[in-house]
Design a protein around this ligand. Structure first.
Ligand SMILES: *Cc1c(COP(=O)(O)O)cnc(C)c1O
Length: 464
């Protein structure tokens, strides 16, 4: 009796496959190294199976594998989580003006560090400094990679080897790896905690001041609130205490907004203008939180201090690239006309959308989602609460409306059904990211401004 032939013996070699006409075309287009990698992976898969090798299927899988490797990893998604400035989803969307500014400089040479008036070497931050000063009332400004970098640079420049006084109620962890005590250490400063978690008084700061101190700092407690029996030292009082001791006073605002958001019915977020008016010497804030611009860390304040920050070699390591500066300049110029800001700045447009408007959109999109989801899910329109995100006003909620998908399966199968739903939404050409809440998958429509793509991709890929 013949033994069956081991199908693995019949597998072609990598070099044989690279010579197949349909594969050699691929090699010419994408390079031998990449295609070889995919061919080896496919052969390894086949070696693990006992089925005979089908050359047509193999060619198709190799083409597919190459396409998959070359597809962009960083992609557009629909943020339907209800958190507008979602750190994991890239925070603020950029306005058209910023996209154009990026395109204008991205593909060629630019005057990034070249002064076209004097034909001398220029300063990269000069493209945004005047606008930052104009908008905040500061004497000077500089920009780095993000606000964590702005805090690091400020601490290291002004207080290396010395103490920094911070209230115990402000030893913030922002999420990710930003914790005030850690940043202090990395900036080579000694954190001197003052007061207690819930109450800190002016005399706590006054008693802590010594010749070892170099700086007093306020950290905006952006992602939590301390309620009840509390006391904090107002910025103006702390600025006065710092000035009497001849110490600089730095405020880390986190989000910081360049306009009063309450004019649009949003919760008030402190502004750098207010901190400066209170007497802060430096204020740091993010570019991609409420400002609505690119990822950046902005420091505004006294010229002499900003100059010291600029001369720190760390500034070179933390600086922004030209694309960021191009986008930031364009965004700052939108603030020249606050009356049109809510229509031109996408983050503010999303934040200020009326719940009634979102409700109309939800009702309009419901039939498309229902026909996509088929018979196993109920689709309904539901009032929900979203949030600003990125630590801005964590307890204030944004009333909105969501399309809710509820599995009709038996109770113990619902978790699996929700998971499948989530996977299918993430597999769409523009992945749809919602949130699971109380047995439903919620799609908060506040940040959906491309209904057409949303609907057409549902139509093209019905839920299996
Ligand atoms: C968000 C935040 C930071 C960090 O800012 P990034 O721009 O994310 O680096 C620092 N401090 C406070 C108070 C914040 O809210």
């Amino acid at each position: 009796m013949d033994l069956p032939v081991d199908p693995r013996r019949t597998l072609p070699s990598v070099d044989q496959i690279l010579g197949w006409p349909l594969i050699s075309v691929l090699v010419a287009q994408q390079g031998a190294t990449l295609v070889k990698r995919v061919v080896s992976d496919e052969l390894a898969l086949l070696r693990g199976q006992l089925a005979p090798c089908d050359p047509d299927a193999l060619v198709e899988n190799i083409h597919r594998g190459v396409t998959r490797l070359l597809a962009p990893s960083l992609r557009r998604v629909f943020n339907l989580t209800g958190t507008v400035l979602h750190t994991n989803l890239g925070r603020s969307p950029l306005p058209e003006e910023a996209l154009q500014a990026i395109c204008a400089v991205a593909g060629g040479a630019s005057n990034l560090e070249y002064d076209l008036q004097s034909s001398r070497r220029g300063e990269r931050d000069s493209h945004v400094e005047d606008w930052l000063c104009r908008l905040t009332g500061a004497e000077a400004a500089l920009v780095v990679n993000n606000n964590a970098a702005a805090v690091l640079l400020s601490l290291n420049t002004l207080a290396q080897g010395k103490e920094v006084l911070v209230s115990r109620g402000e030893l913030v962890e922002i999420g990710g790896a930003f914790r005030v005590p850690d940043i202090m250490r990395r900036a080579q400063c000694r954190l001197h905690e003052v007061g207690t978690t819930n109450r800190t008084h002016p005399r706590d700061f006054q008693e802590a001041i010594s010749s070892r101190c170099a700086l007093i700092m306020t950290v905006h407690t952006s992602n939590y609130v301390i309620q009840g029996f509390t006391a904090r030292v107002p910025e103006a009082r702390l600025a006065q205490i710092a000035a009497e001791a001849e110490l600089p006073y730095v405020v880390d605002l986190g989000s910081g907004s360049l306009v009063d958001l309450s004019q649009w019915g949003l919760p008030r977020e402190p502004t750098p203008m207010e901190s400066l008016a209170h007497g802060a010497d430096l204020v740091t804030f993010s570019g991609d939180k409420l400002l609505g611009g690119p990822q950046a860390g902005i420091v505004v304040g006294r010229r002499a201090l900003i100059e010291r920050l600029r001369r720190n070699p760390l500034k070179r390591a933390l600086r922004c690239d030209k694309l960021t500066l191009a986008a930031l300049e364009a965004v700052l110029k939108l603030y020249a006309n606050p009356a049109r800001l809510a229509e031109r700045l996408p983050s503010l447009r999303w934040l200020t959308r009326a719940p009634a408007d979102i409700l109309v959109q939800a009702q309009r999109l419901k039939p498309s989602l229902a026909s996509w989801a088929g018979a196993h899910y109920d689709v309904s329109v539901r009032p929900v609460m979203g949030q600003i995100g990125s630590g801005a006003q964590p307890v204030e909620e944004l009333p909105s409306h969501a399309l809710a998908l509820t599995p009709l399966a038996a109770r113990r199968q619902r978790a699996g059904a929700l998971k499948r739903l989530q996977t299918a939404l993430l597999a769409l050409p523009t992945p749809v990211i919602g949130r699971i809440h109380d047995g439903d998958l919620l799609l908060d429509l506040r940040c959906l401004d491309d209904d057409e793509t949303f609907v057409s991709q549902l139509r093209a890929a019905p839920l299996p």
